[in-house]
Design a binder for this molecule. Sequence first.
Ligand SMILES: [Zn+2]
Length: 98
Amino acid sequence: MESELDLSEFCCLNEDCLDYGKKGKGNVRVKERYESKNRALLRCNTCTHCFSETKGTIFFGLKTPDEEVLRTLAMIPEKGSIRGFTVPSFNNQKGCAG
Ligand SMILES: [Zn+2]
């Protein structure tokens, strides 16, 4: 099995590589799968550099389950901002001048 990953979303992370940071170049391939989470080890065909599919993301080296991280992140856009967590009615009462 090759991969379910959309490899066009990945780019080489080797700063010395000609294709460093360039997505959709077709130079990134899945080399192998590893660990219990079935992570992909990716390889840049331009410079032969290998890196994890999670390198450069918050998931790299993380022990927290992906589901938990995603659930936590999902709360942020839902509330708009950290200030969004305060109770709106509190501000209304405090700001009432008359
Ligand atoms: Zn490269």
